[in-house]
Design a protein around this ligand. Sequence first.
Ligand SMILES: [Zn+2]
Length: 364
Amino acid sequence: MLVKEVIDIIEDFAPTTYAEDFDNVGLLVGDKNADVTGALITLDTLETVVDEAIEKKCNLIISFHPIIFSGLKKLTGKDYVEKTVIKAIKNDIAIYAIHTALDNQYKGVNDMICEKVGLKNRKILIPRKDSIKKLTTFVPNKQASAVRKALFEAGGGNIGNYDNCSFNLKGEGSFKPNEEANPVIGKRGEVHLEEETQISLIYPSIIEKKLLQALFSAHPYEEVAYEVSALDNENQHLGMGMFGELASPEDEKSFLERIKNEFNCGCIKHSQLRGKPIKKVAVLGGSGSFAISKAKAAGADIYLTADLKYHDFYKGDKDFILADIGHYESEQYTKDLLHSYLTKKISNFALILGETNTNPIKYI
Ligand SMILES: [Zn+2]
């Protein structure tokens, strides 16, 4: 199996278009046409991780965080980033980074955190906009259900927990085929009126090519009339952070103790406790100070995230607790998530969970 084939499988799950603009995801180092001997899955790529890959005969590192983030102008080994990249190149090891493409994926980083916390009724905290479109097409009544079926099968018409969603309006279409046309219905040079159904449905913009292919192959006409429009709606299945509810309310202190054990945290920094049980929890793996107001607006009793600064903790109040559980700690299960997804899809070579602890922060 080639590196690019593995990448296709990863990107079926977390396409690079899901990543944030500031990010640097995808194949960062290496030859996409190389044969994969083994893949090492890690949260960070460091020199020690490249050593582990060499030892375990893996020539592909699948990393959550990108080792190259803000660009490289020189490659002289002056810092840990350059040293890591040089070592990977010298040893023919490719590095792929997934980062915010997986953060934004509904079944990604934050869903995994929700799972560990035990949250139900999960929703995206900051749903992405500009990722949903609408397709409208016009089909002879008799073929309407076949065309609808093909569009649903291609991934159109999903809204939250509902699929097969469409709106259908009956009307009359008109057309006049010219002398070059090969009309399925009607005659060349004659205006034809046909009873048609107008089908409208929404779809994630990422599947547009597949959806239009499905439309063109299922639609009976030589020329298919259709409209595509961009929507400003929020995408309930794509975005940063998540919130959900505990099965039953928990005492604040015992909840934080449980989280500390579950995520093996050296310590948890939190704002003032309120003396009230916790029911609704918002989570965002990694640096999450940018989403504090969103977590509060979602009605969360507590927001579990990382990299909070001194002044951030003042944003807690009698209804809302902020808790910093550690960057590495919050994202550590991402490796398991990637490993379990890839092992279901790949059996040609070893997929190894990296054992190197890449957390740069230690506690005494
Ligand atoms: Zn991170």
